[in-house]
Write a protein that binds this ligand. Structure first.
Ligand code: NAD
Ligand code: UGA
Length: 461
């Protein structure tokens, strides 16, 4: 039977990026066949089931609309490399944990294995799209590997197309992106490949939102975007510490400065610190690249963004310790939320992990509740299993506790019956709001000692 599809597109890596982005392309473009492959069979089985491997609002419906029609999930990496003409690479690029650059540089092991696999299996020309976040100049290495084969009849064109989605809003971000960035070599074949990718996106993204650039600018823009976003949070969090010393109020300050259109009002929420798989790793990668080029001052400048973030988490724990009479031993402390942000079950680099570990070190009894992240929390804290309880229901979790610490801004925590919670807790009852999401005055009036972030505490002492 003749193939009915206009183009066959492969994505290598079925994670938080590969799964949702490819599902959206398949959903919006029934004329293309989209295959997502991964070496992790369990993950692929989950993508083929009703229990998807990740939680993302709206994802299930989009997957369901296209799966089996023009969207397929498979472990047969080699077969689909052969068959597809456009190959997105969205494998993980974590921080290196060994050797030179350990703790700073991006680990390109998975990415390079993929490049070599493509080279080994390809029998026809391919467009390779870097979707993973990569150090600037990676495309050059990719081209060198791909063009090192004996079969020089196969031509590879490498493009950079970084992903800007945020977890929890991934489907909306992919459907209505602020921009799509496509970097290419400025050669005839590079521009031709770029146009193919532009055409794919133009099925649902306005043409003026599809930005093109040279390939190095595109690679570097991704690291810079994350560095700027994280820098904003560290800036606000550093001021939150000053607010706590001076009776100023961080929300009033961000409201005042955010109305300046040059500053803008987004991404100015003080918190217990930023988490997620990418901010820290991408900044450290940027720092490492700067150092590699001998740009010491620039590297130090960006590294401070991560230092402030660690300090903010540390400060949160110290605030709990000092306000609860300098001992947490044997006290029950309930963490409201464990995910690194609301609307996701992802716990990578979540500030709650840091806080939970520090509380255990203080011999506190930690109870964790979260609507989506309990199973990830259990695996993150498997070494501490005897010291931590996991309870999905927040009322049960808070029962008989000495303190609640709000770690994740799940909207359900705004709507709880805090009178009921207060009456079940040990007294004096404390609440530490690492996200500033609850009504502090109301909680104070119920009887809580309330410790917001970047605002004066409201206490009954
Ligand atoms: P992830 O860990 O969720 O998924 C990566 C997948 O790649 C894994 O399932 C892994 O099994 C698979 N993989 C690794 N090596 C492979 C190989 N050789 N062949 C086939 N599959 C292989 O990672 P992610 O969160 O989707 O991130 C992927 C990339 O996208 C990273 O570079 C990340 O920085 C970037 N990114 C992530 C986000 C996000 O919100 N998570 C947003 C933008 C960009
Ligand atoms: C972030 C970027 O927003 C995406 O554009 C990027 O594609 C992605 O990283 C990536 O490269 O992986 P994500 O980490 O999913 O997305 O989520 P964010 O909404 O950026 O939140 C990151 C962390 O910052 C969370 O812990 C969040 O709670 C915290 N945050 C965010 C604040 O503390 N204050 C804010 O004002 C905003």
């Amino acid at each position: 039977m003749a193939e009915k599809f206009k183009m066959k597109i492969l994505c290598i890596g079925a994670g938080y990026v590969g799964g949702p982005t490819m599902a959206m392309i398949a959903h919006k473009c029934p004329q293309y066949k989209i295959v997502v492959v991964d070496i992790n069979k369990e993950k692929i089985d989950a993508w083929n089931s009703d229990e998807l491997p990740i939680y993302e609002p709206g994802l299930y419906d989009v997957v369901k609309s296209a799966r089996g029609r023009n969207l397929f999930f498979s472990t047969d990496v080699d077969k689909w490399i052969k068959e597809c003409s456009v190959i997105f690479v969205s494998v993980n690029t974590p921080t290196k944990t060994y050797g030179v650059g350990a703790g700073m540089a991006a680990d390109l092991m998975y990415w390079e294995k993929t490049a070599r696999r493509i080279l080994e299996c390809a029998e026809s020309d391919k467009i390779i799209v870097e979707k993973s976040t990569l150090p600037v100049k990676t495309a050059q290495a990719m081209e060198r590997i791909l063009n090192s084969g004996e079969n020089s009849r196969v031509k590879f064109e490498v493009l950079s197309n970084p992903e800007f989605l945020a977890e929890g809003t991934a489907m909306e971000d992919i459907k209505n992106p602020d921009r799509v960035l496509i970097g290419s070599m400025q050669t005839d074949s590079g521009i031709k490949a770029r146009d193919v990718l532009c055409e794919i996106y133009s099925n649902w993204v306005d043409k003026e939102k599809i930005l093109t650039s040279n390939i190095w600018s595109s690679e570097l823009s991704k690291l810079v975007a994350n560095a700027f976003l994280a820098q904003r949070i560290s800036s606000v969090n550093s001021i939150s510490a000053l607010c706590e010393k001076t009776d100023a109020n961080i929300d009033e300050i961000t409201n005042a400065i955010g109305t300046d259109t040059r500053i803008g009002n987004k991404f100015l929420k003080a918190s217990v610190g930023f988490g997620g798989s990418c901010f820290k790793k991408d900044i450290l990668n940027l720092v490492y690249i700067c150092r590699t080029y001998g740009l010491t001052e620039e590297a130090d400048y960006w590294e401070n963004v991560t230092k402030i973030n660690r300090h903010q988490k540390q400060r949160f724990v110290l605030k709990m310790l000092s306000s609860m009479f300098n001992t947490l031993a044997d006290k029950r402390i309930c963490l409201f939320g464990f995910a690194f942000k609301a609307d996701t079950g992802d716990t990578r680099e979540t500030p709650a992990l840091f806080v939970a570990k520090k509380l255990v070190e203080e011999n506190a009894k930690v109870i964790i509740t979260d609507p989506k992240a309990i199973s990830n929390a259990k695996s993150d804290l498997s070494d501490y299993s005897l010291k931590i309880e996991y309870i999905v229901d927040p009322y049960e979790a808070a029962d008989k506790s000495h303190a609640i610490a709000i770690m994740t801004e799940w909207s359900l925590y705004k709507e709880l019956d805090y009178e009921k919670i207060f009456s079940s807790m040990e007294k004096p009852a404390f609440i530490f709001d690492g996200r500033n999401i609850v009504d502090h005055k109301k909680l104070y009036n119920i009887g809580f000692n309330v410790y917001p972030t970047g605002k004066s505490p409201l206490t009954h002492f």
